[in-house]
Write a protein that binds this ligand. Structure first.
Ligand code: GAP
Length: 565
């Protein structure tokens, strides 16, 4: 079932997952505060990954580096000169947009348009073929009849009838031929713009119309002049006021700049980190020496990153302050080994999205970058994309970044970043594979992917509906809700309290003594609680309780001690 982002946002607010930041002051563009259930989802994602990568694997260690780093870090990494978006201003309403984003949106509209045309043509062609098939069948049977009468020598007898038929067939044959020609034309057009050709068709059109030599639609690495030419030629309108008059694109660095120092105006310019990765690179050598790690090994960190995005939006998808979870996995400086490790990380990432997060496989797409889409230092990159309600968006990037980053820091800091292989005696700057996930985006994705509205038949045989968040049990913010059937029954409440006390030592639980079990179930379904435990009259007699499973709504009577304590 398809749900709009508004539905998810409304549920997030109503049930306490996430809320606009600084709300009492009118908010701050797209800043979101995580509320209790959102915080729990975040913690669960972190814990699951920590358990797998740090606890269960021997080859990955973790780090918590500073948000504020020496500004030279960002010069070495290339962020000071290169981490920018092309900014354009509408001349009429001063609305600010990203040129590449405007172009991307326009192309996606173009694709939709051609898809509709292609589908219409497909229908027309199919109908024509059907008509032609029928016609051919009719003509064949008439010809058989003519042949039959000719053969049995009754031609004179049926002459008039057959003459008329022959004229009719002649006429039909002409129509048939015309339609055949038409169908052939449609098929040729269709062939050109069938779904898998639409990209190529648009690329050729852009090359011809705007004279921009592109080979794939995911790249907007063309010069600012070319982007401007595209916006002008296609008369792309301002999304706010529909004007087409805008400034030429200019570089807008996405790093937040601030000052370190106690006297205003005299401090040093520093940046809030735009990614956690550089904290790993600058610590590489020290970590290597103190932990005595051996290649291949990885360093993992989770933390806040900041980007002054021109167009933040889609709830928590593109925000200015967000969490990232990045691993830099160091391997030998050998491309064959690097590419093998890259493929292994791709396969592992897929498994983790599905098994650890419970994300539906059919919503995920692993999109390898085309050659001309790759950064100059990257040997290979793959984006993990998810089918969001507004279209596909990136969840994670997996990049084979070679030795670019370490070499940059070696050059700028003057510190040796080489690894001494104790077995072969080789000295080299390692290559790196970087699986980089957005944690804030992962939280949003979990919320969207889990959301469901279900019609079912209730215990009285009536049709009922419920909203249910089908979170993976790893991710669900609350694992058990414990509820006494009668709020005022002291015995029931005492048993329920005891179960809560024991279970909550291990799991996030909620104690719900509202006394309205139906309402409580609906609330817990919407939060995504996998199990509800109800203490009732029978519990007082024989100590058993009912446990209800969220997805199947099946209830079982069990002894509390049989639920893992
Ligand atoms: N070190 C590589 C790097 O930072 P990136 O593709 O720019 O690569 C990695 O970012 C991930 O961080 C993205 O796949 C996305 O999930 C998340 N991310 C990036 N910008 C974001 C933003 N403005 N808001 C939320 N998440 C963001």
């Amino acid at each position: 079932m398809w749900f709009s982002l508004d539905t998810i946002v409304a549920r997030a607010k109503r049930r306490g997952f996430a809320y606009p930041g600084s709300d009492i002051y009118g908010g701050l563009a797209n800043a979101r505060d995580l509320w209790p259930y959102g915080v729990e989802i975040k913690r669960n994602i972190e814990n699951n990954r920590r358990q797998y990568f740090i606890q269960e694997r021997e080859d990955i260690i973790w780090l918590d580096s500073q948000i504020l780093m020496n500004p030279k870090v960002w010069e070495a990494s290339g962020h000071v000169w290169g981490f920018s978006d092309p900014l354009v201003d509408c001349k009429k309403c001063q609305n600010r947009e990203r040129a590449d984003q405007l172009i991307e949106d326009y192309i996606s509209q173009m694709k939709d348009k051609y898809k509709t045309i292609a589908n219409k043509l497909h229908d027309i062609t199919k109908n024509l073929f059907k008509e032609m098939d029928n016609l051919e069948e009719n003509m064949n049977s008439t010809f058989s009849a003519i042949e039959y009468y000719e053969n049995i020598g009754n031609w004179d007898f049926a002459k008039d009838f057959f003459t008329q038929e022959k004229e009719e067939i002649d006429k039909n044959l002409k129509t048939h031929k015309n339609k055949l020609e038409q169908a052939k034309e449609y098929i040729i057009i269709l062939e050109g713009i069938k779904e898998w050709w639409i990209d190529e068709f648009i690329i050729r059109f852009i090359r011809w119309w705007v004279k921009i030599n592109i080979t794939n639609l995911n790249v907007w690495s063309r010069t600012f002049d070319q982007q401007f030419a595209f916006l002008q030629k296609f008369k792309i309108k301002c999304p706010k006021c529909w004007s087409v008059a805008r400034t030429e694109p200019k570089k807008f660095n996405l790093m937040f700049k601030t000052q370190q120092g106690i006297i205003e105006g005299e401090g040093t310019d520093i940046y809030l980190r735009p990614e956690t990765a550089q904290g790993i690179f600058v610590n590489f050598k020290n970590i290597l020496d103190t932990t005595r790690s051996r290649i291949p090994f990885g360093i993992w960190q989770i933390g806040k990153s900041f980007r002054n995005e021109i167009t933040p939006g889609n709830f928590m998808f593109r925000v200015r302050e967000f969490y990232q979870m990045e691993i830099e996995y160091f391997v030998e400086n050998n491309e064959e080994i690097g590419l093998k490790a890259f493929e292994e990380w791709k396969a592992l990432s897929k498994k983790r999205w599905i098994e650890e997060m419970g994300i539906r496989e059919n919503k995920l797409k692993f999109r390898d970058h085309d050659k001309d889409e790759l950064s100059f230092y990257s040997k290979w990159t793959c984006d993990v994309e998810y089918e969001f309600p507004w279209g596909r968006g990136e969840l994670q990037g997996i990049a084979y970044r070679t030795d670019y980053d370490l070499k940059q820091h070696m050059e700028h800091s003057g510190k040796d970043m080489q690894y001494n292989d104790p077995y072969t005696g080789k000295r080299y700057v390692p290559h790196v594979i970087e699986p980089s996930r957005g944690l804030t985006r992962a939280i949003l994705t979990a919320m969207i992917d889990a959301y469901d509205e279900e019609i079912y038949t209730d215990g009285n045989g009536n049709e009922a509906s419920r909203v249910v968040a089908r979170f993976h049990k790893n991710i669900a913010p609350i694992k058990f809700a414990i509820m006494p059937l009668v709020k005022k029954d002291e015995k029931m409440v005492a048993i329920a309290r005891d179960i809560y006390k024991k279970l909550s030592k291990k799991y996030m639980c909620e104690f719900d003594d509202s006394g309205n079990i139906g309402k409580s179930y609906r609330r817990q379904d919407e939060i995504g609680t996998p199990y509800c435990i109800t203490v009732d009259h029978q519990s007082i007699e024989d100590g058993t309780v009912t446990i209800r499973e969220r997805d199947s709504m099946k209830q079982e009577r069990v002894k509390p001690e049989d639920i893992i304590f």
